[in-house]
Design a protein around this ligand. Sequence first.
Ligand code: C2E
Ligand code: CA
Ligand code: CA
Length: 509
Amino acid sequence: MDKVESRTAATILIDRHTRIAAIAIGFMALPVGLMVLALLHQGVGNPPASLMVGAAAVSMIVLFALLRGSFVLLRRNLYLFADERIAAADRARLDTLTGALSRAVFLETLKLEVAGSSRAPIAYLQADMDHLKALNDGDGHAAGDAALLHLVRTIRMVVPDAIVGRLGGDEFGVLLPGCEDKQEALQIGTAVLTAFNRPIGIAGRELRLSATIGVALAPEDSTYPDELIALADLALYEAKRTGRGRVVAFDKEMQIEARHKRFVKRELRAAILLDELDLHYQPIFGADARTLVGHEALVRWQHKVRGTVPPSEFIHVAEESDLINRLGEWVLRRACLDLPALGTPSMSINVSAVQLRRPEFAQRFGAILAETGVSGQKITVEITETVPLQSNAVEDLNLKALRAMGVRVAIDDFGAGHASLQYLKKFSFDIIKIDRSYINSLAESPVDHVLVKAICEIGRHSNVDIVAEGVETEEQLRMLKAAGCSRFQGYLLGRPMPLRRQLAMTEAA
Ligand code: C2E
Ligand code: CA
Ligand code: CA
């Protein structure tokens, strides 16, 4: 029911009251008229008939005036009442902040549109604003609100006939009636994101906002409203996983992937309980590429049927739930228990960004060190540059608490993500591990060579160790040494191996 319709309903309501009032007036006027006629007819008393008629007429006029007055009042009150009801209905229909349809109304509309999609196809876009939390935390909620409003305005500007609804905090649903082609939906989504990404003044700063969009079509992908949303959500998730700020349309592969993920989650949970996980250790060497300076612990999953499952297949699945915390704690405990036997000078543990977001992370880390009797000075945590490091954010506090225990912090895969030199300047790291892709292309790419040299230079000046990982050839090693790397890790010098084989290697050496 839209605004016009609800107004019509209110008018009908008032008209009905008007009719009731008119009938009431008629009924009240009837006995008075009859009384007057009776008096005239019987000629009771002495007053002349003309006086009687005059008195009756005056009393009828007064009566009419009174009734008319109360009727006007009644009518006005009814209008006020109806207007309030319309305003309240609008408030419930629209999201107060952005003016988009409220969740309930949007879902109802989506249901109707999907039901009719065999005749009139429709595209459904699910848009998620990126980094809203960081904006709220950094610039205040007013800035976050302004950004959300800007997103809805941008969608309306780029696609005026779109139906936009707010589904939750930073999530919006967009219906494109008549759009039956994925390519077209992707183009529209891209146009929205491009417009949204233009600089805009918010909270006294010029910001570049971004959002991520997942697309699904009815009837092509589904004719069930819930499923259509779930499929667009899968596409949205895929878009976020592959770097945000993009539009991705659903395809069947994603459903297979989602099924695979559910399987991995279930099996991995059991694997942690049944002790089916294992750690392999890879040696790290000093500047001469001979002196052992530490080991990196790399998790392996020995699946009963599928054999050894590499971490690239399950870490990202674990990161979507509490599993990563359990896995992380298992890894730390196992590495600490193996540490005396391995006799390594330093044990490097990979810690995912999701783990660092947990407020009690550092405290649990400390408890495992205490339980296994390992000093924090023997441990290095490797974090990737995807960890957002605002001062005093949970991640920052966790890292500070670890450093207070003597744990060293390494930036892993440096140069692979979006970290700027600013990132290095602002936060204290003890070690930088240059991403393997730079090592790979060292011989062919003069630019990469210069970059590696520059990173080593920064390391020398700021007392940070620079690790070259993924060293596979003698030539790479020679160039990396010349560039000034202080540590080396890679298949050329030692592969990741289980504890027993690692020990056998050390004994043989
Ligand atoms: P990463 O931290 O960058 O680990 C180094 C990866 O490079 C390891 O792969 C290692 O086996 C491989 N590698 C080492 N030397 C060479 C080389 O010379 N050439 C090539 N091509 N590869 C080399 P792996 O073990 O498959 O681990 C992959 C990623 O999984 C790791 O990347 C890390 O991000 C993640 N990971 C591994 N174990 C854990 C863990 O316990 N916790 C978390 N959160 N992540 C882990
Ligand atoms: Ca690592
Ligand atoms: Ca790495």
